[in-house]
Design a protein around this ligand. Structure first.
Ligand code: GLA
Length: 340
């Protein structure tokens, strides 16, 4: 019997940069998904219980077949690990978790990472290269769930370390720890009340716009773009590129602010990121903007939309002593994914 845990994540800054070979600065949170894997109930079969949902599934180890919802993640994990050459064994899985879904806290990555670790663990296989595993997890979402994602969520869950943010360079996939000395500052997530769905949102349109901008500029990725390049493009591509260029800069300024312990400056950068995501990347909504405004009135040092956008959650940085806003979830830095 093995038990795996994988955390959700929050991204401090560096939004919509991962699929543009840019920079991001997430940290793993204490909320996550746990998967227990034991001996198979039936030979050559994977049986699964989603304990929070009171639902079950079972399928053939060698030919998982397609399904929807949470079942797609499990079948995808089994299929993609085997496709990558891992000799899995039949097993009985139990899934439970406490990452709020559809809130930009990466419940999907926590689920797929935890499933992969449990499936490898119960087969007696090593976790191996965590970046390679992040890629497998991203394929699960793309090929089995139908959501295009970058590698931000999976790398944050697999590569973070406790009490550090993770500066990820998506061009090299180099990950560097940045100490999170929060003192009595707190990060919180507040639901905008507007449901978000990566599959049906404009996320894929934004990715296509970035690819189109690269084609017009004759560059491999927007990591190579400049502000002058942005200005040379027709609308709305000029605004999309401007967001990506400045957001990458904000990530490294945020790293410096964290190292200096300058949380006020970090708050300003979070506010600047929101303005850019709202006006240039255009992924905010009136409900999200209203939530951001409410949090700032409440005294947040910074507040911004997080994740894919078009609804979902707002991240806020609260000053020491500031009370938790109504409905806020405190985001406490936690350990990375692993067997427990
Ligand atoms: C979603 C995706 C990530 C990333 C963010 C935006 O969370 O899963 O890969 O692109 O949106 O930064």
């Amino acid at each position: 019997m093995v038990t795996a845990f994988a955390p959700g994540r929050v991204n401090l800054i560096g939004e919509h940069t991962d699929y543009n070979d840019g920079l991001a600065l997430p940290f793993a949170i204490t909320a996550g998904v746990t998967v227990a894997a034991g001996p198979p109930a039936r030979p050559d079969t994977v049986t699964v219980r989603a304990s929070d949902l009171h639902q079950r599934d079972s399928f053939s180890l060698v030919d998982p077949g397609r399904a929807r919802g949470w079942r797609a993640f499990v079948r995808g994990a089994v299929a993609e690990l085997q496709r990558a050459g891992h000799a899995l064994t039949a097993t009985d899985l139990t899934i439970s978790g406490d990452v709020p879904r559809g809130r930009g806290l990466s419940s999907s990555a926590a689920l797929e990472v935890s499933l992969c670790l449990a499936l490898l663990g119960v087969a007696g296989l090593p976790i191996g290269d965590r970046v390679a595993l992040a890629r497998i997890c991203s394929r699960i979402e793309r090929e089995w769930v139908g959501a295009q994602t970058g590698l931000l969520d999976q790398l944050a869950s697999l590569q973070s370390s406790e009490d550090n943010a993770l500066r990820i360079d998506f061009r090299t996939l180099e990950c560097r720890d940045v100490p999170l000395r929060l003192g009595h500052h707190r990060f919180v997530a507040v639901d905008s009340g507007e449901a978000r769905s990566l599959q049906s949102s404009g996320y894929n349109t934004r990715r296509e716009e970035c690819a189109e901008a690269c084609r017009l500029l004759g560059i491999e990725s927007l990591r190579d773009a400049t502000v002058a390049d942005a200005a040379s493009l027709p609308a709305p591509l000029n605004r999309r590129v401007r967001h990506v260029v400045y957001e990458n800069v904000r990530v490294d300024v945020a790293v410096a602010a964290l190292i200096a312990g300058d949380m006020d400056h970090l708050g300003e950068l979070i506010n600047a990121s929101h303005a850019s995501l709202r006006d240039d990347y255009e992924i905010s909504t009136p409900a999200v903007d209203a939530t951001v405004a409410r949090l700032r009135e409440h005294g947040a040092l910074g507040a911004r939309i997080v994740g894919g956008g078009f609804g979902g959650s707002v991240l806020a940085l609260l000053a020491p002593g500031a009370p938790l806003p109504n409905g806020a979830i405190e985001l406490i830095p936690g350990p990375p994914a692993g067997l427990i």
